[in-house]
Design a protein around this ligand. Structure first.
Ligand code: SAH
Length: 431
């Protein structure tokens, strides 16, 4: 019989935590460590695209190789996220030698620390240990979460609203069999797909409905821009598919994502396609909806808080303001203004007086701002650039249309970032 565990809240800000392994388990564990401010040192020959993106953005240190005992020097905690029991045991041994607590995803009995099931409500963190039974911990955690949700006014007990066409807004759902692949749909119980907007970055900015569907999902297909903490609370039996499309990096084709959504739903699963911001704002959500519909899979969309409006807001810029701007235009800057592939009339946009919000615009910013100025927008127009808005890493730069491209380079700003152009920038500044 083993003694009871002693619960603690570790304050990890600036403290080194070593994570061994770069697969699905590490992908789930790392966001909470980063959220706690830990100095994460990841040792793994290969990483999932989501972890790779964290490493590329400089949010963690990655050693692209196998574990060596010296990796633990200076660490406060180690998380073992590898399947191989021999490799895991060698990490345990090195940790014990150094008196560092060691969490083992593969073997609870061999671990010196256990990670609880967690639910977070603002500043309150509820952590539940199940006495060696993680499922029990999760059940208790879910009950506590429901209780807290009741107090915050969210529905605690409610069945899925997508099960029958009657419960779904007309035109949003395609019943099994009414699409092109009726035969496949008829073969067994068909699941369903929800295209859910995850919001711009702060995990609390998902909608109530999106959150509920996420807790009901059997399969979650997530984008790179989806807040990692939302994935941290998923049950361990939920299949998490990383659909990261990293610019200039390894990418899984859209058809492959569509295929996964359709396959899992036809196998009877509840699938949540979790997308950054709103699913239909430069998110290819429409293509996914059509692919599901064509295969006879019931599909619905849950709108999200789009970064186009929310990110300027948290940076102090309202996209409209009385007597300043009566319009705002959201445009993608991922295609250069002079490219034959451009679908945007930049000269026309230059003639507008209102707010211009440019997504995916950093790479082409010099060409975009030059084109707007050349067609009449005042180079003195105020501009704000916001990187990783609504997250702990948010950075904001203020400049003008004429100078912002150079300023962004000088400040080293990186995607994801939003560029807001117009007199609304500064409208809320104390005069
Ligand atoms: N569907 C998403 C947008 C997808 S396009 C939405 O509605 O928000 C991806 C672009 O969105 C990024 O290149 C960046 O321009 C912007 N973006 C998304 N999240 C952001 C954030 N937290 N901070 C700044 N820009 C963000």
């Amino acid at each position: 019989m083993s003694a009871n565990p002693y619960p603690l809240g570790l304050r990890l800000a600036g403290r080194r935590v070593v994570v061994v392994g770069g697969g699905a388990v590490a992908t789930r564990r790392v966001p909470a460590l980063l959220d706690a401010g830990a100095d994460v040192f990841l040792v793994a020959p290969e990483l999932t695209p989501a972890l790779h993106a964290q490493a590329d953005a400089g949010r963690l240190h990655w050693a692209p190789r196998r574990f060596a005992p010296d990796d633990l020097d200076g660490a406060w905690l180690v998380q073992v996220a590898v399947d191989d029991p021999v490799a895991a045991a060698s990490v345990s041994a090195a940790a014990a030698e150094r008196r560092i607590f060691c969490v083992r995803a593969d073997d609870r009995a061999a671990a010196t620390a256990w990670t609880p099931a967690v639910t977070r409500h603002g500043a309150v963190t509820v952590a539940v240990l199940g006495g060696g039974d993680p499922r029990r911990a999760m059940t208790v955690r879910d009950a506590v979460r429901d209780l807290l949700n009741v107090r915050t006014g969210l529905p605690a007990e409610e069945g899925p609203d997508l099960a029958g066409p009657a419960a779904v807004p007309a035109g949003r759902t395609v019943a099994p069999g009414s699409g092109g692949a009726g035969a496949a749909a008829a073969a067994g119980p068909v699941g369903r797909v929800a295209l859910v907007g995850a919001g711009p970055g702060d995990p609390e900015l998902i909608t109530v409905k999106g959150w509920r569907l996420l807790t009901e999902a059997d399969v979650v297909v997530a984008d790179r821009l989806v807040p990692g903490l939302l994935l941290d609370e998923l049950r361990p039996d939920v299949e998490l598919v990383d659909a990261s499309k990293i610019p200039y990096g390894p990418s899984r084709a859209q058809e492959e994502i569509n295929r996964i959504l359709v396959d899992r739903a036809l196998a009877g699963h509840v699938v949540v396609r979790l997308k950054g911001g709103d699913p239909y704002v430069f998110g290819r959500g429409g293509e996914e909806l059509l692919a599901c519909a064509a295969a006879g899979v019931p599909v619905t969309v849950v709108p999200g808080v789009t970064s186009a409006i929310a990110v300027p807001a948290v940076a102090g810029v309202p996209v409209t303001h009385r007597a300043v701007a009566h319009e705002f235009t959201v445009v993608s800057g991922h295609v250069a203004p002079d490219s034959p592939a451009s679908l945007v009339s930049w000269p026309a946009l230059a003639g507008l007086r209102g707010t211009l919000v440019v997504l995916m615009g950093l790479k082409n910013l010099a060409a975009i701002t030059a084109t707007l100025a050349a067609h009449g927008r005042d180079p003195a127009t105020p501009v704000a650039v916001v990187q990783e808005g609504t997250t702990g890493a948010q950075r904001t730069l203020r400049s003008t249309l004429g100078e912002v491209a150079a300023d962004v380079v000088a400040a080293g700003l990186r995607p994801p970032a939003i560029v807001v152009i117009g007199d609304v920038v500064g409208a809320l500044d104390a005069s």
